[in-house]
Design a protein around this ligand. Structure first.
Ligand code: PGA
Length: 249
């Protein structure tokens, strides 16, 4: 079902005590019951975060995982490991994983399959680079990222997928897509899904925007009809800023 969601991607920030401090601050905040809130701390702090937020309405999610169930993959974490500490949702395909860790569509398809096979929910990220947009190729790039990683799935799998459109040129740069640019791309994404799986599925997809969302611009972006929330990086590291965004619907 289409759902308003705001997810905080902490990236490689916050050690254990900083995690505890930020969670204490987050727990003091309030949000509407029709907005789902997620935070994604680093692997080392997931269990503490999960325990600290067990009774709350903030879901703790992972930033990444490996596609294999287990085995000789030094330094990696499996879906089963995440599930065993209560984590139900994983972010996959973030542009930093694609750019710095060579994660391509084929690898991401395997990760998506592994997460779904373990009954996890996936926040699947994708988005064009600046050169793609300058060349007018942003829709083609986004379409191929979605097709290559997700279009082997049955329609029923999409109930466990949230999409996050994150133009790479807007991540951590302070430069946001304009609300109109976000809306145009979200509409295109919804249509891409509808063309393949039918209108009901496209209409029901939750599609988040990510890339320099801040308290000052969140309301305008979230007011667009095809934007269902945000994936927040920098502004998720401050409780007041994050909740100003959570409450911007
Ligand atoms: P940003 O990051 O909000 O700092 O631009 C967004 C993201 O990478 O998910």
């Amino acid at each position: 079902m289409r759902q308003n969601i705001v997810a905080g991607n902490w990236k490689m920030n916050n050690d254990l005590s900083q995690t505890e401090t930020l969670i204490t601050a987050l727990k003091k905040q309030k949000h509407r019951s029709d907005v789902e809130v997620m935070i994604a701390p680093s692997f080392t702090n997931l269990w503490n975060a999960f325990e600290a937020l067990r009774q709350s309405d903030i879901e703790v999610v992972a930033q990444n995982m490996h596609f294999a169930e287990n085995g000789a993959y030094t330094g990696e974490v499996s879906a089963a490991m995440l599930k065993s500490i209560g984590i139900q949702t994983v972010i996959l395909g973030h542009s930093e994983r694609r750019a710095y860790f060579n994660e391509d569509d084929a690898l991401l398809a395997k990760k998506v399959d592994a997460a779904l096979a373990n009954d996890m929910r996936v926040v699947f990220c994708f988005g064009e680079e600046l050169a793609d947009r300058k060349a007018g190729n942003e829709e083609a790039v986004v379409e191929s990222q979605i097709k290559n990683a997700l279009f082997h799935l049955e329609a029923s799998a999409f109930k466990n997928i949230v999409l996050a459109y994150e133009p790479v040129w807007a991540i951590g740069t302070g430069e946001t897509a304009s609300p109109e640019q976000a809306q145009d791309m979200h509409k295109f994404i919804r249509e891409t899904l509808s063309n393949k799986y039918g209108k009901a599925l496209g209409d029901n997809m939750s599609i988040l925007y990510g890339g320099s969302v801040k308290p000052a611009n969140a309301k305008e972006i979230f007011s667009k009809p095809d934007v269902d929330g945000g994936l927040i990086g920098g502004a998720a590291l401050n409780a007041a800023d994050f909740y100003a965004i959570v409450n911007a619907f």
